[in-house]
Each structure stands twice: as C-alpha cells, then as structure tokens.
Design a protein. Structure first.
Length: 98
C-alpha cells in the first residue's frame, strides 16, 4: 500500500501472470476484465481472434466455435467463410441475397 500511494508502484489490482495458462477457467470475470483492459491479457475477443487467425492460416475456420455469439464473437473473415462454406452464421440479409 505504501509503495502504491507514494511511488505509483505495486498498485496492481490483480496478478495477471498468475494462473495465466488456465485463465479462462481459473480467473473471475472481474480479473478477466481488469487484466484485459490493463494488460491485454485474458481477453475473450483476443482468444477468438487468435484462434481465427490460426484457422485462417490453414484455410478453414471452426464454425461451431463461439457459434452462440457469431454476430459479435466472430471476425468478418470467419463469418464470411462459415457462411460461404458451411452455410451457418449468415446474416438474414446475406442469406436472402440482399
């Protein structure tokens, strides 16, 4: 407490390196939000984006992954690929042709 108040050091609300290898299941929602905001660690969107980029490098996406939130959880590239290739995740406008 002294260091934070007087030097600006030691003010971290959470240790974002602790349990980082299992952050998705080990961290609380509050810790995920804080670490994502402060250190870009434990971000749900980042995980999805990295998974999508890895899949895109192989020419395919896992269209069942994050399907529940496809409208906001998928990248545009994944949405286009899944709609074109597997006919899922298509917006009403896209699937009706306009």
């Amino acid at each position: 407490v002294y260091c934070c108040g007087h030097t600006g050091f030691g003010c971290e609300s959470f240790d974002c390196k602790a349990s980082f290898d299992t952050w998705e299941s080990a961290w609380t929602g509050e810790k995920k939000r804080w670490c994502c905001h402060e250190h870009l660690m434990g971000c749900q969107e980042t995980s999805a984006l990295l998974a999508d980029l890895a899949s895109a490098a192989h020419g395919a996406f896992d269209c069942s992954d994050w399907f529940v939130s496809w409208g906001s959880g998928w990248t545009k590239e994944k949405g286009s690929w899944c709609c074109d290739q597997e006919k899922i995740g298509c917006s009403v406008a896209a699937s009706s042709g306009g």
